[in-house]
Design a binder for this molecule. Structure first.
Ligand SMILES: Nc1nc2c(c(=O)[nH]1)N[C@H]1C(S)=C(S)[C@@H](COP(=O)(O)O)O[C@H]1N2
Ligand SMILES: [Mo]
Length: 405
C-alpha cells in the first residue's frame, strides 16, 4: 500500500492543519544568488519543501530555476529540479487514500485509478528524459519579450518511471471518434477569469509512442510535490508544457482542444526555424513540440578565474528532441576552430549527454569558450540567436568567459 499524504508541504514545514498556509507557500530560507550573469544577479535563492536552494523567478505561482552548476552531470537531482507553475494556488498536499486518476470522455469504460491500481495493474516503464520549459533562456531574448525572464535553469533530466499512457488508454478503450487526449492536474486558478492549465496530445501520437508515460517516480523516488506528485505526464523529446503535473483527469476528446493554453499560448511561428525577423509577429503559428539541440558549459562557472599553466576541466551537457547527440565541440577562438570533446555515458536519446574536456590556456588573458552540439540528424545550434515573440526554444551556441591569471 502507498503511504498516504506523504508528500505534503505542511509536514515538510512542521505545521499541521490543511489551511494553515492557504496559497501563501513562503519559502523558509532566502539569500542572494552570487552570479556574474546580469540576468541572475540580485535574484534570491529560496528553499521550498523537498527542494534545495533554487533561484527564484516568482513565488506566486512558484517558479524556481536550477543553478548552472548542476548541469555538469546527466541526472538532475530531484531537490534541484526546476519548478514551473502557471496559476496559484498550487497543490500542497495529496492524500493517496482518496486520490484517483480519472479517465473519461470518449472511452468504452471510464476509469478511476488509485495509485495502487497504477502500480499493480499495468506494466512498469522507465525512460530518462529532459524536461525543458519552452521559455527557458527567454530572459536572453533581444529585443526583449514578455513572459518569465528565465536564465538557463528551466531544464533538467531525470529517470522517470511509471506506466505507459497508451496502456491506460487501451484499458479504458478508446472510442474511434476520439482525436485528442486532454490532461488536467489538481492546480486550479483562484479566480474564474484565469484559465485552468490543461494540455492535450493527439490520440494517435500516444498510441504510437511507448515512451509517453504517466510517471509516479523520478530518479527512483516519489515525485516531489512541486514536480507533480503523485503522478505526471512525461512526453520524452517534447517541451515540458505537455508534461502535466499533479495529474487528476485524462479526457478523450472528439474535437481538438481549444483552451487558452493551446489556442493562444505555447505556439511558435509555422516555419522551419520557428522564428521571425526580431520585433515582428508571425502570420501563422503551430503548437510548440520537439526540443531543439542545445549544449551548455556548467563547469567552470561563467567568469571563473583560473591560474595560468594548468589544464582546466570543462564539463557540461547536451541534448536534443530524441534523435540523440552524436558530437559536442568547443572553441576558444570565437568559433574559427572547433575541437571535439569526450562524451559520457549514453542514457538514451532523450537524456542529457554529459561531455568533458581538458583545456589548457595558451597564455594569460580573458577567454571566451564556445560549445556546440550535433545530433544524429546533423542539426546543431545557431551562431546568432533566432527570435520569436513568445521567447521560445532558444538554442544559440552557448559560451562562458574564463579569466586566466
Ligand atoms: N499541473 C500543471 N502541470 C504543469 C504546469 C502547470 O502549470 N500545472 N506547467 C507545465 C510547464 S509549462 C512546465 S515547463 C513543466 C515544469 O515542470 P517542473 O515544474 O516539474 O519542472 O510543467 C508543466 N506541467
Ligand atoms: Mo513551461
Amino acid at each position: 500500500m502507498a503511504t498516504p499524504s506523504r508528500r505534503t508541504f505542511l509536514n515538510a514545514l512542521g505545521l499541521s492543519g490543511v489551511c494553515a498556509l492557504g496559497d501563501r507557500i513562503l519559502p523558509p530560507m532566502m539569500r542572494l544568488f552570487a552570479a556574474e550573469d546580469p540576468l541572475l544577479s540580485g535574484r534570491p535563492l529560496v528553499r521550498y519543501p523537498e527542494k534545495t536552494d533554487l533561484i527564484l523567478l516568482t513565488s506566486r505561482p512558484p517558479q524556481l530555476e536550477t543553478p548552472m552548476r548542476y548541469f555538469d552531470r546527466a541526472i538532475t537531482p530531484n531537490e534541484a529540479f526546476f519548478v514551473r507553475y502557471h496559476v496559484s494556488p498550487v497543490p500542497t498536499r495529496v492524500d493517496l487514500d482518496t486520490w484517483r486518476l480519472k479517465v473519461g470522455g470518449s472511452v468504452e469504460t471510464p476509469l478511476e485509478l488509485s495509485m495502487d491500481d497504477l502500480k499493480t495493474k499495468f506494466e512498469r516503464a522507465t525512460v530518462t528524459a529532459v524536461a525543458q520549459c519552452s521559455g527557458n533562456s527567454r530572459g536572453r531574448f533581444s529585443p526583449r519579450v514578455n513572459g518569465g525572464q528565465w536564465a538557463d535553469g528551466a531544464m533538467g533530466c531525470a529517470e522517470w518511471s511509471g506506466v505507459r499512457l497508451r496502456d491506460v488508454l487501451n484499458k479504458a478503450g478508446v472510442r474511434k471518434e476520439a482525436v485528442e487526449v486532454l490532461f488536467n492536474g489538481l492546480d486550479k486558478p483562484a479566480f474564474p477569469s484565469v484559465p485552468d492549465f490543461m494540455k492535450s496530445l493527439d490520440v494517435s501520437r500516444i498510441l504510437d509512442d511507448p515512451n509517453i508515460l504517466i510517471a509516479f517516480q523520478m530518479n527512483g523516488e516519489s515525485l516531489p510535490m512541486l514536480n507533480g506528485f503523485p503522478a505526471r505526464i512525461v512526453v520524452p523529446g517534447w517541451f515540458a508544457d505537455h508534461w502535466v503535473k499533479n495529474m487528476s483527469e485524462i479526457t478523450l476528446l472528439d474535437k481538438p482542444n481549444d483552451n487558452f493554453w493551446t489556442r493562444a499560448a505555447y505556439r511558435i511561428p509555422d516555419n522551419t526555424c520557428g522564428c521571425v525577423e526580431p520585433g515582428t509577429s508571425p502570420s501563422r503559428t503551430v503548437p510548440i513540440n520537439r526540443l531543439k539541440v542545445r549544449s551548455f558549459i556548467a563547469m567552470p562557472a561563467n567568469d571563473a578565474r583560473v591560474p595560468i599553466g594548468h589544464a582546466v576541466q570543462l564539463k557540461g551537457i547536451a541534448f536534443d528532441g530524441g534523435s540523440g547527440i552524436s558530437e559536442v565541440q568547443i572553441s576558444d577562438d570565437a568559433g574559427n576552430r572547433w575541437r571535439r570533446v569526450a562524451l559520457g555515458k549514453d542514457r538514451g536519446p532523450f537524456a542529457f549527454r554529459e561531455w568533458s574536456a581538458d583545456w589548457t590556456p595558451p597564455r594569460a588573458g580573458d577567454y571566451r569558450i564556445l560549445v556546440r552540439a550535433f545530433n544524429t540528424l546533423g542539426e546543431s545550434q545557431s551562431a546568432t540567436p533566432l527570435w520569436n515573440p513568445a521567447g521560445y526554444q532558444r538554442n544559440v551556441i552557448e559560451q562562458i568567459e574564463i579569466h586566466v591569471v
